[in-house]
Design a protein around this ligand. Sequence first.
Ligand code: OSB
Ligand code: MG
Length: 369
Amino acid sequence: MPLVHFFETSFGRTTERRILLITLRTDGPDGWGECVAGEDPFYSEESIDTAWYAIERYLAPALLGREVERGRDVPELLARVRGHRMAKACVENALWDAEAQLKNVPLWSLLGGVQQEIACGVSIGIQNSPEQLLQKIETELAAGYRRIKLKCKPGWDLKIFEKVREGWPQIVLSCDANSAYTLEQVDHLKEFDRFNLLMIEQPLWPDDFYFHAQLQRKMKTSICLDEAIRDRRGAQAAIELDSCRIINIKVGRVGGFTEAVGVHDAALGAGIPVWCGGMLESGIGRAHNIALSTLPGFTLPGDVSASKRYWKEDIIEPAVHVSPQGFINAPAGPGRGFEIKMKLVDQLTVRKKELLRAGQVQQRSAVPD
Ligand code: OSB
Ligand code: MG
């Protein structure tokens, strides 16, 4: 799916997405999952191709033909496989999706959500010029978004923040480095404190807690961890070490809804605010992010934005809409609360495979390999 506008981070530019979707057949309704892994292993170790491999070879066989009643029973069935969290999340979340439909409740309430209105922010990538960035900010603020997050890296940071603060001294502003700095740049990073940023997201290495704690002691701006938080245990460690004062929760990054709720609970218990991150998802991942964002600890605006910021036509119906005040309403219907546009999904599909339990014969229409 081509993006409406390219998206550039410190690790590269994306112009179109390759997305892996799962339809999970159950005795009841079908559940859908979206794998948020990137096209290349630049954000994390996973990519869309390693997810396909992990699901086909290990994760699907661990579930096929089994009695599994709840989404939250899935992690233990997949636990033998180490890592591959985005692949696991794709499978587990599809089961939650089916479970909520079967129980005839919204997915968000099954997850323990309480907030019917979700505050939305936007993540604005590195642009071709500062002028192009200022133009984008103008557009997003006019659309109602409640927090602007700027991607940054050496050479696209202090000068940019200066220009943005000149135009908008008061807006809620944050930045995301995607691990573009090292501790040798501590004096440079301390300069970020001049711009009244809500947070700096993942300034250092993607697997690090220890040096982030050192940096947090030297900076006033709150550090938020994204890449480094891989599970609830990691969240507890990072909080105890004071490696971060805010956590970005991405359901794919932590391996599924069960663990995402666990990270949320750990943060809520420690008084650490969380928000829902995004991975340029299509509508299915987007619907799942909306559901997660309704949990009580999600007190900061997320990177959960309208479909039209990303796609000419999203694969769900209705498309995700953000109000002029910058909120998304949690859907009232059962399950994910958005229909899949099957015709569009079929048109966009370049490869599909039906995975069956041993001895099962192919049902429904024949599916090419
Ligand atoms: O670090 O939050 C990130 C997109 C791809 C990979 C990593 C990140 C992002 C975003 C975009 O910031 C969030 C979104 O709008 O989906
Ligand atoms: Mg991030």
